[in-house]
Write a protein that binds this ligand. Sequence first.
Ligand code: DGJ
Length: 705
Amino acid sequence: MPATSSPVRFDPARGLAVLRTPNSVYVIRVGSDGSPRHVYWGAALDTDDLAALPAAHSPADSSFEADADPDELAPQSGARFGPAGLQVRYADGTRGAQWTFTGHDIEGGKLLLRLTDRRYPLAAELVYRVRPDSDVIERWVELTHTGGDDSGPITVDRLDSASWTLPTLPDYRLTHLVGGWNSEFQLRRDRLPVAETVLTSRRGLTSHHANPWLALDDGTATEERGEVWTTALAWSGSWRVTVHRDPVGRTTWTGGFGHDGLSWTLAPGETLRTPVFAGLYTPGGFGAASRAWHTYVRGGVLPDPDRDRPVVYNSWEATGFDVDHDGQLRLAELAAGLGAELFVLDDGWFGARTSDRAGLGDWTPRPSAFPDGLRPLADEVHRLGMAFGLWVEPEMVNRDSDLYRAHPDWVVHAPSREATEQRNQLMLNFARPEVEAWAHHTLDRLVRENDVDWLKWDANRVVTEAGWPGQRDPDRLWIDHTRAVYRVMDRLRADHPRLRIEACAGGGGRVDLGILARTDQAWTSDNTDPVDRITIQHGFSQLFPAQTMATWVTDSPNVTTGRTTPLRFRFHVAAAGALGLGGDLTHWSEEELDQAAALVARYKEIRPLVQRGHQHRLSGPGGVTAVHYISEDSTEHAVLAWRPTTRFGHHSPALALPALDPTARYLDPDEGTTYSGAVLTRLGIDLALPDGDYASSLIRLRRVG
Ligand code: DGJ
């Protein structure tokens, strides 16, 4: 099959489906039992290779094993003993599915495999979509109850988006992200045990604690080389991914929305569609895997990838809940003077919200703080040449609020249980149509009346006592709440084409491919300490491009860690993403303000590379951490390097830049020095890091000749 032919082929005679991406091939075989089975995912194979695929059989020749390749979506039935991606129950108590393959469809890069249960009114479509010019394959499932009204409901205990399988490797290593509030996106790389390893969020949000992204390799891949298989789920509620390394040497994983113990009642005629679970293979190591994800997020996920993310000023760390018109205007004037392009009024502007104990849900400006409403501030901010942004937390309510007093039944709660408060707040049940309608109406009005260009959409608690009084299928809220959040965001964006949205959940508690399909960037972490941020940003960059990573320069000592760091170091760390300012500028000295203005201007010079270029991580956290950004046409380069501590007074060695072209020459436009690419790729560049702790540098290079 020539490389230019259709990325998707299906050979009905052999039941073989082949998906091709620039660097990989994915092969599925519909077996004699009607179930689509996994055959191969990895480096490209040509058509002749595919003609003679080995027959399916389990490595363990035993009557205790399944004698078939792993399923593309494992039902809970037959000789299958690993984690099931499809768990259903019929009215008579029977579980699982025994499929008949009823056909396929190909449309461009999309393949659809149709399955029907042999005995029960259940049909599934397994969908695969190859993204153009990308190694990413998107997968999802649509499950339909095909019976009539008299056939009774089918209970879905689990419907994953996809199961994935690795070729047999000598060993397996799992890379994933862990953390908590203030410590999100910490990268873990551990040998995969012979066991089932569950990555999950049971919180109703993606969570600070884990992210539905992972990478697998044989334990030898590096940043620059080696085979890596990696997947990411586009879902912002609870989720579960189970990686199963079995004792005979196979590794599969299955994942999707929801967590254990939830069920969905599928009514006759109803279809349940899963979120996308995307996967990619690369032979180029973890760095290439991240760049492939970044290209995909920019080309296939983000609503507006080519627009520069503005330099934001956000008032939260400066003023907390103590906000009013004059104070915010003063900050806006100072921020505009530093080159900020967007001013965001954070929490505390509405209702009785002078602390986190009251007012949440009452989205009207507090008269004592904003006597004429928000519009005068918005107009002033616009007059200063900045966009105007507003913090909202529409999914939440304080008990002490007019909204709660009027609609106590709108909160997620089980009537016979005491509702747990987190940050003195409860969660609104967006799965209720009237709550979704209220949220849309409220936000639409706020945006319209105040000429709002930007919403920072926050969420500061998770789901507990997940009841829904009066609803016969209360578990639905786990999925329908998230879907409603998506719908409200989508409608707002459609009705207000200029509006941009920043995702936030107490920092990085809801960052995933699902939320990024309707937001522009995410608030990475409430921890703005630059040393901790190096680790957090390193993890974040594994999946998400820099333009989605909101980073602020805040005051020193840092409010979270108490650490004192120089302004330049704070800026250089924040320059690795969508840079913003978050300190109390009224306390910055003239000298600091001048330095900050110069550093913002410097950031704007490299912004196109950071936000839209290719990112090469040169070294991870510990010692000197460095990242190299390359413009799309490979001519402009920026290197950011950070060294939090010195050791033994030793100077940092030169840093090799392996992503440069060894045959080219490069000019440092700031120093006027020209370098040979061969020297820079092999011997490296002197980072000119100042002596002492919290040293950093920003080097620009331009390809010449
Ligand atoms: C949590 C966010 O992450 C902060 O940036 C800030 O907006 C606060 N909420 C406000 O309550």
